[in-house]
Write a protein that binds this ligand. Structure first.
Ligand code: ZN
Length: 148
């Protein structure tokens, strides 16, 4: 029971999570991050991609705060440019034929237009390194793992 506490979580990293398909806690790779939180993971046992769920083993002994906020706490603070507006600008004149389907296993370059199965069309705004890209989607910026 040794917690190897790497407190920095990154896209492309392995993590223990609950898989609804395997019905068990399995190794997952983080495929998408949103605001420093794990958004999507891919099960290494069955290859299913799904929203991150805490491992069952963890959920039980930690007191889970029952504050299920359904409030969308998105970036509505101050008069910042809304993600949707930024996204609309970025995607305004993209070539629909150049849209690439997003896959964890592929490589994407800066400014590439991609289609994510859950988030929809996005534009690569920053290639962070060989394993991570920052993508502007209509509802905000997410970090996606690539070249896995
Ligand atoms: Zn699985």
């Amino acid at each position: 029971m040794n917690k190897t506490s790497k407190d920095k979580i990154e896209a492309g990293q392995d993590i223990l999570a609950y898989c609804g398909k395997c019905k068990a806690d399995t190794e997952h790779v983080i495929s998408a991050m949103e605001n420093d939180k794990i958004s999507k993971v891919m099960c290494r046992a069955c290859d299913a991609q799904h929203n991150y769920r805490k491992p069952k083993s963890l959920a039980n002994d930690k007191k889970a705060p029952k504050t299920t906020k359904t409030v969308k706490s998105t970036t509505s603070r101050k008069a910042k440019i809304s993600p949707a507006k930024k996204w609309a600008e970025l995607t305004a004149n993209h070539d629909p034929n150049s849209v690439q389907a997003y896959s964890l296993k592929q490589n994407y370059e800066n400014a590439a237009v991609i289609r994510h199965s859950d988030y929809g069309i996005g534009v690569v705004t920053k290639k962070i390194d060989q394993t991570k890209i920052e993508v502007q989607f209509e509802d905000g910026v997410k970090l996606l793992a690539i070249n896995y």
